[in-house]
Write a protein that binds this ligand. Structure first.
Ligand SMILES: [Mg+2]
Length: 236
């Protein structure tokens, strides 16, 4: 029995807090997009973004502004405005943000190990592309087989979509060798909903204790121990 006959390995990377930190651009762009579309100040909405999809964040901000009945009316316009604002803030994102420790080394090593790598993210596909390209991570990631907040506002629906896309492009993918790598309990929940494994890393805003309680296969403080992480993710 060869590994190839069991299907390929698939690594589904979360973006914010896992691959990179993007600074203040997304927060500012969200508030500005809401304000532009609904005409109401939104800077003090207080909605945490971690692990949520962009459409979910829009819905929650509108709820805080007491506009929950206007989600259907405004969500698409707000997302379009958000995408415009984020793309316009790309240079600021590069200046304020950074790729997290060990990430380039791990992307490289996992590619060398034959893994397919893409993103599973709450970002819309357009916002994900802006962030990935701003930090020059595209060479390791096939965004064509990723799953995004623009595919479904419910993150728990995204793993099957990524598996389907990766299988269509690369052939059989082994669910037991498919990993979500993320930084929030929501990442662990979507891995569990999709029947795949999960590595959580405490480089986002979630406290380590919350990650330890999330039911992931493993939790790390960061991804800097490249050899150990690769060995863990590529073990049978
Ligand atoms: Mg994240």
């Amino acid at each position: 029995m060869t590994r190839a006959s069991q299907g390929k390995r698939l690594i589904l990377w979360d973006i914010d807090g896992t691959l990179l930190r993007g600074g203040s651009v997304a927060g500012t762009a969200f508030a500005a997009a809401v304000e532009t579309v609904v005409g109401k100040p939104a800077a003090d909405h207080g909605v945490p973004f971690g692990g949520k999809t962009d459409p979910q964040i829009v819905r929650e901000i509108l709820a805080v502004l007491d506009l929950h009945d206007q989600v259907d009316l405004h969500a698409a316009s707000i997302i379009a405005e958000l995408e415009r604002g984020l793309a316009a803030g790309r240079d600021q994102m590069r200046a304020e943000g950074f790729v997290l420790p060990g990430v380039p080394e791990l992307l490289e090593a996992l590619r060398d190990a034959g893994a397919i790598q893409t993103v599973l993210t709450g970002n819309t596909a357009a916002n994900a592309a802006v962030k990935i390209d701003a930090f020059e991570l595209r060479p390791w990631l096939d965004l064509e087989v990723g799953a995004f907040g623009s595919d479904n506002p419910d993150r728990n629906q995204l793993v099957p979509l990524a598996l389907e896309r990766a299988t269509a492009r690369y052939g059989a993918v082994d669910r037991r060798h498919t990993w979500v790598i993320g930084d929030t309990p929501f990442d662990a929940a979507c891995a569990q909903a999709g029947g795949v494994r999960c590595l959580l890393v405490a480089t986002g805003h979630s406290p380590r204790a919350d990650l330890d309680a999330a039911g992931a296969d493993r939790v790390l403080d960061d991804l800097s121990a490249t050899a150990d992480v690769v060995e863990y993710l590529t073990a049978d």
